[in-house]
Ligand binder design. Structure first.
Ligand SMILES: O=C(CO)[C@@H](O)[C@H](O)COP(=O)(O)O
Ligand SMILES: [Co+2]
Length: 218
């Protein structure tokens, strides 16, 4: 099965948001990646649940919400009610990662745990039996347009091995610096969901970029 492509709306043109959403949907992107930033866990501030609620009826794509916020357990219910299909919470952002993931699952939403480049797989081993997706950050979170960090490849391979050994079921997503050159090593290591922001939306022809990424992950 081809990889799932998740364009990051962070790099879209906000004065033409509807156009940019429809463009990637008709090009075959299955997920739309939504970067929520609180100005605390990361320096930038982006969107809240009200924004996700408005977006929900505009697309059939899976809304893949990446919460870069401190203490996400305080806000996961609101994002679930807004129509998120997947909610990702950083292990570095809360002392209550198990509770945060349980709250997401209780809402009937897919639960994702996220690790930063400086965090080892060991830090999330005790919650791998309860997640639908693991997001391995391939840049430090907070900004689009950064360079892919190859140290993530080993973590992807570790997660794939744990999943096989223990019979777990999670998808492995990567996020940051994904393009036609960096995607292959991550795909070969075991990633199957690929966030791409600036590669898709900067410069020309987002639809062709999605086709390229899909072709590289067959
Ligand atoms: O979560 C983040 C950044 O914190 C990402 O989702 C970026 O939006 C990806 O952008 P590119 O690195 O693909 O430009
Ligand atoms: Co993201």
């Amino acid at each position: 099965m081809a990889g799932i492509i998740a364009p990051s709306i962070l790099s879209a043109d906000y004065t033409n948001l509807e156009r940019d959403v429809k463009l990637v949907e008709s090009a075959g992107a299955e997920y739309l990646h939504i970067d929520v930033m609180d100005g605390n866990f990361v320096p930038s501030i982006s969107y809240g649940p009200g924004w996700v609620k408005q977006l929900r009826p505009e697309t059939k794509m899976v809304l893949d919400v990446h919460l870069m916020v401190m203490n996400p357990e305080k806000i996961v219910d609101e994002f679930a009610d807004a129509g998120a299909d997947i909610i990702g919470v950083h292990v570095e952002a809360t002392p209550h990662i198990h509770r945060a993931l349980q709250m997401i699952k209780n809402k009937g939403v897919k639960a994702e745990v996220v690790i930063n480049p400086g965090t080892p797989v060991l830090a999330i081993e005790s919650v791998l039996d309860m997640v639908d997706q693991v997001l391995v950050m391939t840049v430090n979170p907070g900004f689009g347009g950064q360079k892919f960090l190859p140290s993530a490849i080993e973590k992807i391979a570790q997660l794939k091995a744990i999943r096989e050994e223990l019979g777990y079921n999670f998808d492995i997503e990567i996020d940051g610096g994904v393009n036609n050159e960096t995607i292959t090593a991550a795909f070969e290591a075991g990633a199957n969901v690929f966030v791409a922001g600036s590669y898709v939306y900067d410069k020309v022809d987002p639809a062709a970029k999605i086709t390229t990424l899909k072709d590289l992950t067959k």
